[in-house]
Design a protein around this ligand. Structure first.
Ligand code: FPP
Length: 238
């Protein structure tokens, strides 16, 4: 992609799936019904990306701050995630999707974490879309963890402080093996990053949709990608 040429399809798409609660409230339903509808939208998102040729899709499914929600809601989200991993993840695996995760997944309930690790192992050689679930994820924590690992390498003499550059940091993040996202979509009309991929989104294009996540369909992805493809990314150059 040249400096001034329009973009093609984003190689890596990242999504902050916001508005499940508002979707439910506007229908007089409990919040967990909004999350259930959100999980359906996840399946559609995966299908869209897989069919469109997106290589990586990162979904902000549970932030490190989400642990502070009422216990009943956290439990409902964990149950939903486990069900997703047992059923929908298996369906999408058949379509060649590889599933993986970033974040402190060791903090997930045992049954959820075991299921997650099983799906990661089962799909590790799949060659279509890579679906990256951000679970118990916080970008600042991720950067702090990376800094700690780098400090330990300096302490042991494996690394010299003079050799630390952008690439060193990138390689110590949970996302080390993935390219940076090209496009970030956030739903429900909020203009915030909410501690999501702060380092990795440095040059991403941002698309904000007023729709709540459960209402965000394939046609909305198409609109976001078309909008992205008309933009000119300059990476700080003229
Ligand atoms: C934000 O909506 C959404 C979440 C905190 C969780 C996202 C979870 C899902 C989409 C479903 C489960 C995911 C998978 C991968 C199975 P909100 O509750 O903050 O909405 P609000 O701002 O309207 O209250």
């Amino acid at each position: 992609m040249g400096d001034d040429s329009p973009n093609d399809i984003p190689r890596h798409l990242a999504v902050i799936m916001d508005g499940n609660g508002r979707w439910a409230k506007s229908r007089g339903l409990p919040r967990k019904a909004g999350h259930r509808a959100g999980a359906e939208a996840v399946r559609e998102a995966v299908d869209y990306c897989n069919e469109a040729g997106v290589e990586f899709l990162t979904l902000y499914a549970f932030s490190s701050e989400n642990w502070n929600r009422p216990k009943a809601e956290v439990d409902a989200l964990m149950k939903l995630l486990e069900r997703f991993l047992k059923t929908k993840a298996r369906e999408i695996a058949k379509k060649g999707v590889r599933l993986t995760a970033i974040g402190r997944t060791d903090l997930l309930p045992d049954s959820c974490r075991d299921e997650l690790n099983k799906v990661i192992e089962e799909t590790k050689d799949n060659k279509a879309l890579t679906l990256i679930l951000a679970l118990s994820y916080g970008s600042r924590e991720e950067i702090a963890d990376a800094s700690r690992q780098i400090a330990l390498k300096v302490q042991s003499g494996e690394l010299s402080p003079d050799d630390i550059d952008n690439d060193t940091i990138s390689k110590h993040l949970d996302t080390a093996e993935f390219p940076d996202p090209d496009l970030l979509i956030r739903t429900s009309g909020e203009f915030r990053l909410s501690n999501f991929l702060l380092w990795q989104l440095s040059y991403a294009e941002i698309f904000i949709s007023s729709k709540n996540w459960p209402d965000f369909r394939k046609s909305d992805f198409q609109e976001a990608v078309e909008n992205y493809s008309r933009r000119h990314r300059r990476f700080g150059r003229v």
